[in-house]
Design a protein around this ligand. Structure first.
Ligand code: SF4
Ligand code: SF4
Length: 368
């Protein structure tokens, strides 16, 4: 059976602002089914790394909060700490970064709680008995919430091809131990010809796995925890993923985590993807390159597979924006994510999630 994915475009007028359309979108997708009176509702989003500007604007989160309250719920905004060193790697700097990016109680009208605590160690173990994991480790405040509204910024990602709801759940709701378990087989390699020995990567490695000898970086695979920080930080593009086996396994692990996150919620979940500022890479980066397509809109559903499939399709139906990283490949349809990350098969995450019974890739796009 097909799932409904509700869609609002970005057209607006005096009578119908984007905020009122967002509220209608949430109602259409079943907010009243998800939120009960007095229930604690985790609004899971990404506050954006410092320096990034592609994350979802706080004013939209304020409207999400308003609608949840109107439905009787008690919402709080939340995300988990990062595995790598950055501006969101513990609760204090994470809250500071959120505030600098415009997210504060006074703006969004809800408290902000970092889901896995001060140092990313507050977690709940969830038994799933799947191929990659018997147990997964979910950030405790998300696990303890009665319901969840996932609000994901849809964009490209160097490890997953695209990042939407499944990534917001699987990676974004995991404690630090959970993130490490997902990443641990993804160990990068240094392309010696490109490396200029600048040592930028050395200081950013959270476990001291990188050293520089004779102006070339070297990664100690035994120490590396696969956080991916050096890939993002190397301006010379000298650090790459060992693609062949590791990416499919990583995607399956991420999906199993998403399965574990949803398992305890008894279908009390609503998912939103914002297809705005569709940047080539993750909001975890301290910058964002120009969007690859124009703003598309917002989609909402109670099916995490259908919403991501619909989002990929909507992006791929758009023309490439001149001035983006795909500008020299204006004819890269039908698959922009493949064009950006040719060695990542993004479809694997959807196929595996479907196999686990999390949803379906067949959907009806219902325009509101
Ligand atoms: S940041 Fe890149 S170029 Fe600089 S030492 Fe590390 S791998 Fe080499
Ligand atoms: S070497 Fe490994 S642990 Fe260090 S930054 Fe790179 S991916 Fe992360």
């Amino acid at each position: 059976m097909k799932s409904n994915v509700y869609y609002m475009d970005l057209r607006a007028s005096y009578k119908d602002s984007l905020l009122s359309k967002l509220g209608r979108l949430m109602d259409s997708a079943g907010l009243s089914r998800v939120v009960g009176k007095g229930e604690l509702v985790a609004v899971k989003l990404h506050f954006g790394e410092r320096g990034n500007t592609a994350f979802i604007r706080p004013v939209f989160l304020r409207e999400v909060v308003r609608r949840i309250k109107a439905a009787g719920g008690a919402p709080f905004l939340t995300d988990s700490n990062t595995l790598y060193r950055g501006t969101r790697s513990d609760a204090l700097c994470h809250l500071e970064t959120a505030m600098q990016n415009g997210f504060s109680h006074s703006v969004v009208d809800a408290p902000i709680i970092i889901a896995d605590g001060l140092r990313g160690r507050n977690e709940i173990m969830v038994r799933i008995d799947k191929k990659r994991f018997q147990h997964v480790f979910v950030a405790s405040e998300i696990a303890h919430a009665d319901a969840m509204v996932s609000v994901a910024h849809f964009k490209g990602h160097e490890l997953t091809g695209f990042a939407g709801t499944l990534k917001n759940l699987g990676m974004g709701c995991a404690s630090r131990r959970g993130k490490l378990a997902q990443h641990s087989n993804v160990s990068p390699r240094v392309k010696r010809k490109r490396c200029i020995g600048c040592e930028d990567c050395v200081g950013h490695c959270p476990v001291g796995a990188i050293s520089v000898h004779e102006q070339k970086a070297r990664i100690d695979a035994e120490r590396c925890i696969g956080c991916g920080e050096c890939i993002i930080i190397c301006a010379a593009g000298a650090v790459g993923i060992r693609w062949s086996k590791s990416i499919p396994e990583f995607l399956e692990k991420m999906v199993e985590y998403a399965f574990g996150v949803l398992k305890e919620k008894n279908r009390k979940n609503l998912f939103l993807n914002f297809l705005t500022d569709v940047s080539p890479s993750c909001d975890c980066a301290p910058y964002n390159d120009a969007p690859i397509v124009g703003g598309i809109g917002v989609v909402a559903a109670d099916d995490p597979v259908a919403i991501d499939q619909a989002s990929v399709d909507l992006v791929n139906q758009q023309p490439v924006l001149p001035g983006s990283c795909l500008a020299d490949r204006l004819d890269c349809s039908p698959d922009k994510f493949k064009a950006m990350y040719p060695k990542v098969d993004w479809a694997l995450q959807l196929a595996y999630a479907e196999q686990l019974g999390m949803g379906t890739r067949d959907y009806n796009l219902v325009k509101i």
